[in-house]
Write a protein that binds this ligand. Structure first.
Ligand SMILES: [Fe+2]
Length: 375
């Protein structure tokens, strides 16, 4: 018996000549070759206890390795080898997770403009002081794709401290922590002008787009300049309901993008929609401002335009756009792989400062806080 989150699971083993079939109660069954099991050992001879790094010499495992015994001991599978080598132990949970039998529930909750959570801002001082508050804020961020922090002093050190607390800053062509003054001409990018910006994701010109973004507002302008967010994961689901072929096209065609300024030319390409090994939504990349020439044979090109236009139409629908005006001292934190962000046109001077974070750095902060639950 092995416990999983919703109850005990009876494990049944049946040995074959080349490996083992493991039946995970009613959850399903998977075949594992003896080579696979030896390669994935989790005993002290197979992995380093502290780092979790592999000690097994994968390349020395005989392809026709044979076992003399296989049994379940507690929560582990233990296999004895016919050649007398030390036994290999692997957690049943590892077998189940790796083969996709047990999968963690997707904690992300989709939203539209109607259902979007209007977040109660978390006080910066409290976030800085309390791991529990940080855990809750990260929980909200990963559940909804965004959250808001307030009470930030009007200086770059505070922006940096917030980003460090969330996982650490990611450098880019804009520096580590950047400060944006509207109409300043600091960079040629449209973010530095006062026009409205359609919802987009940042960094389509990077092979690994920024994972998260922090925008700390220090001056909000006279009028306009509301922040807009769109849940790209919800839009992806709507697109699939509209026509699954659109999703297939946008998950296949690599869209090129570029960022240029004196001394800089960043060029990359990736599909507008990406899914992980479980088929779950992983990333939306959509920035028509930065898109560069893409040629396909006419029929494929037409299919791309049709899907791309359908995606744009969903992104632009008011029913998908959550609008919030950020006040001075507030910071908007959002998942740049999941959400699109934009802003309405504005008058007056608008200042904000912020930075990017990597996906894995924010995930790491969350994991090392002990998977604190969203409150
Ligand atoms: Fe942007």
């Amino acid at each position: 018996m092995v416990a999983r989150h919703d109850g005990p699971v009876e494990i049944t083993l049946s040995e074959g000549p080349g490996g083992l079939t493991v039946k995970f109660g009613t959850e399903g069954e998977r075949e594992f070759t003896w080579r696979w099991i030896k390669d994935h050992g989790e005993d002290p001879q197979s992995v380093d206890r502290e780092t979790g790094q592999r000690l097994v010499d994968t390349f020395a495992i005989h392809p026709n390795l044979q076992a003399s015994d296989a049994r379940v001991e507690g929560a582990n599978l233990v296999v004895e080898w016919a050649d007398g080598a030390p036994a290999t132990s692997v957690a049943i949970d590892t077998l189940a997770q790796a083969s996709g039998v047990f999968t963690a529930p997707d904690e992300r909750q989709l939203w539209t403009a109607v259902t979007a959570p209007d977040p109660v801002p978390v006080a910066f001082a409290e976030l800085a002081r309390s791991d529990e508050t940080l855990g809750q804020a990260l929980g909200h961020l990963l559940r909804d794709g965004f959250t808001v922090v307030d009470g930030l002093p009007n200086d770059l050190d505070s922006t940096r401290a917030l980003i460090d607390r969330l996982g650490g800053v990611r450098n880019s062509v804009f520096g580590d922590i950047w400060s944006v003054v509207s109409g300043s001409g600091q960079h040629a990018d449209s973010a530095y002008a006062s026009i409205g910006l359609e919802p987009h994701t940042d960094g389509t010109y990077s092979y690994e787009g920024p994972g998260f973004q922090v925008l700390h507002f220090t001056q909000t302008g006279d009028s306009g300049g509301e922040s807009e967010l769109v849940d790209g994961m919800a839009v992806c689901q709507q697109l699939r309901e509209l026509n699954p072929a659109y999703v297939k096209t946008l998950a296949t065609v690599e869209v090129p993008a570029r960022y240029v300024e004196p001394g800089v030319e960043l060029v990359a390409r990736r599909p507008a929609l990406r899914f992980n090994h479980l088929g779950r939504f992983s990333q939306i990349s959509f920035n028509n401002y930065d898109r560069t020439p893409l040629w396909l044979p006419p029929a494929e090109m037409d299919a791309f335009y049709e899907a791309y236009l359908a995606l744009h139409e969903l992104v632009m629908q008011p029913s998908n756009r959550f609008v919030r005006r950020l006040d001075e001292g507030e910071a908007l934190i959002f998942d740049n792989w999941r959400l699109l962000h934009g802003r309405t046109a504005f008058t007056g001077e608008r200042r904000f400062q912020g930075g990017y974070l990597n996906q894995e750095d924010v995930q790491s902060r969350r994991l090392t806080l002990g998977r604190a639950k969203a409150g």
